[in-house]
Design a protein around this ligand. Sequence first.
Ligand SMILES: Cc1cc2nc3c(=O)[nH]c(=O)nc-3n(C[C@H](O)[C@H](O)[C@H](O)COP(=O)(O)O)c2cc1C
Length: 166
Amino acid sequence: MRRRSVRSYSKKQVPKEVLDKVLEAALLAPSAGDIHPYKIVVVTDEDKIRRIAEAALNQTFIAQAPIVIVYLVSVEEASAYGKRGVELYSLLDVGASMENLMLAATSLGLSTCWIGAFDERRVEEIVKAPRGYRAVSLTPLGYSDHIPRAIPPPPKSEKIYYDEFR
Ligand SMILES: Cc1cc2nc3c(=O)[nH]c(=O)nc-3n(C[C@H](O)[C@H](O)[C@H](O)COP(=O)(O)O)c2cc1C
């Protein structure tokens, strides 16, 4: 209920034990076959964070955060479930883990913003991803004094059906 996409961060550092809790929640997410076919790169290097912000269509607020979390899918691990594993499960797994991470962050007073708009190749290069890893999602992680008001969710009547699609 409190999670928001936050696009303004302070320079306040995130204590290690808080970061560890957030990462623990990320790995507690469900995953098809319990494979978790992804790696999570915790980026704290200022120059790398600035370059990631540039690679994300210059969404400069990303560079305000002290941490950027990058999810990379291993195509080889994901292919344990064939084409469906690569094209569907691995992305669902990352989505579940990202959401866990974001909810844990929110509960610990931190802010996040899911970032999908970025140049995958450039981000892979910045974090030195080995061949076969695809950067699929990232989020700044840090404290903010500017938590925006909730965007109203879509009306239930438009999104939720009972028994049949109608
Ligand atoms: C797959 C995905 C990609 C997104 N990419 C971006 C992005 O590149 N930049 C951004 O500012 N927000 C991005 N968002 C955040 C959405 O804009 C945001 O979730 C939506 O406007 C609802 O606001 P809320 O998260 O505060 O509820 C993304 C969200 C998702 C799930």
